[in-house]
Design a protein around this ligand. Structure first.
Ligand SMILES: Cc1cc2nc3c(=O)[nH]c(=O)nc-3n(C[C@H](O)[C@H](O)[C@H](O)COP(=O)(O)O)c2cc1C
Length: 199
């Protein structure tokens, strides 16, 4: 499938048929998500993969009772990880093990540390939140490329999700992506005309 067709044919699925995604396909999708770009390659996200029906049922009331939560195969809970210093250290390790010249690594490390140090906690959180939406975009289009349907979802209560999922305090739910096989039909696509989007 051409990328253009993936983008045009993907839609926010409202009802899934309950079939589970095969493990190999799921891992292919998780890798697409994992390879998403992020500023400084910091990857300030943690993604909880929810499969258990009981947990999905407990989450649904905290997502405006949306049926995607319980009918999907897997629910991906994209959480912001605003603890950036340890991520800087990991990126530095990654660059070293990738064989980057020691001087270049040192310069990059200083730049990243300066950038991170310049941000207060709110700025770190909004940094993480905005990076996450890049991973979300890869999730929905990546899913379609593998024959999987999806629904990005912002209509949920992050605090209640954190409680139900026993998330560590540093991982803050930002957006969901329900994935599975559609049991509905795509509505007609509507987008703003080109001249209203680009100038
Ligand atoms: C960040 C974000 C949050 C969204 N939240 C919800 C949601 O809570 N429930 C839902 O059914 N759709 C949700 N959507 C889907 C949008 O409504 C949908 O993408 C948009 O109407 C365009 O339709 P299409 O994706 O089918 O082309 C969300 C989409 C995004 C990107």
């Amino acid at each position: 499938m051409e990328f253009k067709d993936i983008v045009m044919q993907r839609y926010a699925t409202k009802q899934f048929d309950g079939r589970m995604i095969e493990e190999a396909k799921l891992f292919a999708l998780l890798d697409i998500i994992r390879y998403s770009p992020s500023a400084f390659n910091l990857q300030p996200w943690k993604i909880k993969v929810v499969t258990a029906s009981k947990i999905k049922a407990n989450l649904r009331p905290h997502a405006n009772d949306q049926p995607q939560i319980t009918s999907c195969s897997h629910l991906l809970v994209f959480c912001a990880n605003a603890e950036l210093e340890p991520l800087v250290d990991k990126v530095v390790d990654g660059m070293r093990s990738g064989g980057m010249a020691a001087d270049t690594v040192r310069q990059y490390e200083a730049m990243m540390k300066g950038y991170v140090a310049s941000m207060n906690p709110e700025q770190r959180m909004s940094f993480a939140r905005e990076q996450i939406h890049i991973a979300l975009a890869n999730a929905v289009n990546g899913a379609k490329s593998l024959g999987i349907d999806s629904c990005p979802m912002g209509g949920f209560d992050p605090a209640a999700f954190a409680e139900v999922l026993f998330l560590p305090e540093e991982y803050v739910p930002v957006v969901l992506c329900a994935i599975g096989y559609a049991a509905d039909t795509p509505p007609p696509k509507w987008r703003l005309p080109r001249e209203e989007v680009f100038f």
